[in-house]
Design a protein around this ligand. Structure first.
Ligand SMILES: [Zn+2]
Length: 293
């Protein structure tokens, strides 16, 4: 099994989106009044080359987002900027790895924001999984009001609902197996959106945590800082706390979509939290993974 990082261009947003300011509605509105832009951040998608078939986690952005300067939606028009070339979309990059659309058995979307579902058109023959609640809030006219782009979904887009079983994974109460072997699982990580999911891959003793937008980078997760988007601060804090607890107990490589260090962290298997000493640290070698699967 191998995990590939695919960077589908760049995005930048207001600083108040990455790290929330204030509380409640004011925190969410701060994105619109903040004058400070972040640096350009990566948009990663992940490819799990698994013996049971390739699993893709998120599909990155599509080059159509470059037209968003004309969007009627105030967020899309004023509060985010995108950079991508056509050949940086996930389809061409997969072909570069020798993987065709037919090899991709499953696609899991952490949520349906435009920088995660923008490459859907490249997966016409894959089984696509989305959390039931996430699909509900993103479709139709109300979905567009909320800043989703359901009008850009391929006409064949009809995802399977990602229902969870009461099978704990570390501090997370619910999970859903994505492989027969039980080494790739989806877990509910509500926060950035109410039904946000993450995917965990167990490779020996190491957990690769494909985090989506649970936080914009590793420091914010370790500090338990809520972003400017999350609808409920308490739920976000609980999820961030659970990720940190997982990383304190088990060797975990934490890989948020927009963390500039995620690609390098995957390549070097650099661990989060108390295991940050690295792969070779004695603590890591001594730790036996005893998670339920
Ligand atoms: Zn995102």
């Amino acid at each position: 099994m191998q995990i590939h990082a695919i960077q589908t261009g760049l995005v930048r947003t207001k600083a108040a989106q990455i790290e929330g300011r204030g509380r409640g509605l004011l925190r969410q509105l701060a994105i619109f009044t903040d004058q400070n832009w972040t640096e350009w951040l990566p948009i990663y998608a992940w490819v799990i080359d698994h013996p049971e078939g390739v699993i893709v986690v998120d599909t990155g952005q599509g080059s159509y987002l470059l037209e968003m300067g004309k969007s009627l939606h105030p967020y899309m028009r004023w509060e985010a900027a995108f950079k991508i070339e056509r050949e940086q979309e996930i389809g061409p990059q997969l072909r570069g790895l020798g993987i065709t659309a037919r090899d991709v058995k499953k696609v899991v979307l952490t949520h349906l924001h435009v920088d995660h579902d923008g490459g859907l058109a490249h997966f016409p023959s894959s089984k696509i999984f989305v959390a039931r609640g996430e699909l509900q809030v993103s479709k139709g006219f109300m979905g567009r009001v909320r800043g989703y782009l359901p009008n850009r979904w391929p006409s064949w887009f009809d995802p399977a609902p990602l229902d969870f079983a009461a099978e704990p994974f570390g501090p997370f109460a619910m999970s859903r197996r994505l492989t027969e072997a039980g080494d790739v699982l989806a877990i509910a990580t509500p926060g950035h959106t109410a039904d946000h999911v993450s995917v965990v891959v167990r490779d020996g003793d190491t957990i690769f945590f494909l985090a989506g937008d649970t936080s914009y980078n590793e420091q914010l997760m370790l500090a338990g800082r809520v972003d400017g988007i999350s609808p409920d601060e308490h739920i976000s804090i609980a999820t961030l706390h659970n990720i940190k607890r997982l990383a304190e107990r088990y060797p975990t490589v934490y890989l948020p979509t927009h963390d500039p260090n995620s690609g390098a962290r995957l390549a070097s298997r650099r661990l989060a939290g108390k295991f940050a000493g690295g792969e070779g640290s004695p603590i890591v070698r001594a730790t036996k993974l005893t998670l339920a699967t």
